[in-house]
Design a protein around this ligand. Structure first.
Ligand code: NAD
Length: 495
């Protein structure tokens, strides 16, 4: 069991250090709203140190030029160490974020798998192509790491999301400065410990804790940082793109969502119900791909709504440390107020609000009970804006055309879910919905090889699989070689 949580320091050039300004901030437990520990508050000066270390490690250290097999030994070692620490990671993550332990255990395991996966992927797939051009030329491509990359991550699934970026960034030979979310610093700190234990060369991996407006912005604006991979809110993403313009950075944007789940009249009722409930209430509803808009065919609406009500009343709202807890507290008081504000707004907009309950003994935590917004209309603000809590809007529809139109009538385009037994309709609707990912008769399960990301206001670019390697963390270089004599125009020969 975890007794005392050490204060968290920055990790720069292979060492745990205080912030240059010696300032700290409190890390609050969402279950008790009491302080867990203090965290060093990194600032521009610390970003400067971290980027200098990462640049030196890339240009002068062994990392970029290391044989791939050698580099992958480090990546595999990191995965081994994460597996050894998995139970501690899961407990700390639950304490830090309020996510139920049964879910953080899976996230810790996935964190290790992210490193193993990218070790395999880089060894098997990181190669260029060759193009024969008649018998005159051979052109070929090589994929090279970018240099120092900045990774900025959110608090909603902290460890899983940061390993998802760190693993491909390091495996492809880049060096990293990570700015984790200020509301959930513990698992990034464990990762720094893991890197130290794995004896990664100094400066290859650095963590600067701190706030978005200071540490985050300094990282984004730093001229020696070649790329920023960001996961977080759409408004933050827009700001990061603007701030990275002067130094012409490559950016990858994984942003917000308001994803539709459509239940047609011929859907497998029980499976659709299970998936709809899990899809919004897992991760405490703080899930980018959550099905926060559920469209139910008119003929099923009454039965489906009754079933949803039953489930919502039975969901176990509890202590995130307990194995059977299904919903824990939201990340902090500010977010709690945002979510409860939207529930009030739903009433003003004309929804019937139906909620489960929060046991009295958990009143210190930031709990929002599982909530249904019934009789919702797609154009209500509660259906258009990302609430990012355990709140599902239920919207009735009659025709396929109408539901596709409503599903697409939104700024976001991250995920979508279609439930129907009609195979033609399943594909037709899947292809008509404007989102980066669609699941058909399936809950949100994802193979790591598949592209992950959104369109419209949900993002730019894709992570996962070879997409992370080829489209983001490396630069393709084309090399043109003449293999026989060829015509070269002659200038300056006429006088
Ligand atoms: P956020 O945008 O508030 O913060 C994310 C990170 O950005 C934090 O580390 C924060 O410190 C940093 N940041 C904030 N302002 C910054 C700035 N000006 N410059 C640089 N960095 C800055 O997001 P959040 O509240 O932590 O996370 C929730 C959001 O993340 C939701 O909108 C959710 O949908 C989204 N999300 C998206 C995906 C996806 O893959 N599309 C996955 C998970 C979460």
């Amino acid at each position: 069991m975890i007794e005392k949580i050490e204060d968290v320091k920055l990790y720069i050039n292979g060492e745990f250090v205080d912030a240059t300004g010696k300032e700290t901030f409190e890390n609050i437990n969402p279950f008790t709203n009491e302080s867990i520990n203090l965290v060093s508050k990194g600032d521009q000066a610390d970003i400067e140190k971290a980027v200098t270390a990462a640049k030196d490690a890339f240009e002068n250290g062994p990392w970029g030029s290391m044989k791939i097999k050698e580099r992958m030994k480090y990546i595999e070692r990191i995965a081994d160490l994460i597996e050894e620490e998995a139970e501690t990671i899961a407990h700390l993550e639950s304490m830090d974020s309020g996510l139920p332990i049964s879910q953080t255990r899976k996230m810790a395991a996935r964190g290790a798998e992210n490193f193993r996966f990218y070790s395999r992927m880089v060894q098997a797939r990181m190669h260029g192509d060759a193009y024969q051009v008649d018998d005159e030329f051979i052109n070929y491509t090589v994929y090279q790491p970018l240099g120092v990359v900045g990774l900025i991550t959110p608090w909603n699934a902290p460890f899983m999301l940061l390993t998802w970026k760190v693993a491909p960034a390091l495996a492809t030979g880049n060096t990293v400065v990570l700015k984790p979310a200020e509301l959930s610093p513990l698992s990034a700190n464990i990762l720094a410990n893991v890197m130290q234990k794995a004896e990664l060369p100094k400066g290859v991996f650095n963590v600067v804790h701190g706030f978005g407006e200071t540490a985050g912005e300094s990282l984004v604006k730093h001229p020696d940082v070649k790329a920023i991979s960001f996961t977080g809110e759409t408004t933050t993403g827009k700001r990061i793109i603007k701030n990275s313009a002067d130094s012409l950075k490559k950016t990858s944007m994984e942003l917000g969502g308001k994803s539709p789940l459509i239940v047609f009249e011929d859907a497998d009722f029980e499976n659709a119900l299970d998936a709809a409930v899990w899809g919004i209430f897992s991760f405490n509803g703080e899930r980018c791909t959550a099905n926060s808009r559920v469209f139910v065919h008119k003929s099923l609406k009454e039965k489906f709504t009754e079933a949803l009500k039953q489930r919502v009343q039975n969901i176990i709202v509890g202590d995130p440390k307990e194995n059977d807890t299904e919903i824990g507290p939201l990340i902090d008081k500010g977010h709690f107020q945002k979510v409860t504000g939207y529930i009030e707004l739903a009433k003003e907009e004309g929804c019937e609000v139906f909620q489960g309950s929060v046991p009295e003994q958990f009143s210190a935590g930031n709990y929002v009970p599982p909530t249904l917004l019934l009789n919702a209309k797609n154009d209500m603000r509660v259906c258009q804006e990302e609430i990012f809590g355990p709140v599902m809007a239920v919207i009735e529809f009659e025709t396929e055309e109408e539901v596709v139109q409503m599903a697409n009538d939104i700024d976001y385009g991250l995920a979508g879910y279609v439930w129907t037994s009609d195979i033609k309709r399943a594909h037709r609707v899947a292809q008509s919905i404007d989102s980066g990912m669609i699941w058909v008769n399936s809950q949100n399960v994802r193979d790591l090889r598949i592209p992950f990301g959104g369109m419209k206001a949900s993002g730019i670019g894709r992570e996962g699989g070879h997409f992370a390697i080829f489209e983001f963390y490396t630069e393709p270089k084309a090399i043109h070689v003449a293999i026989s004599d060829h015509h070269i125009p002659k200038f300056g020969m006429k006088k």
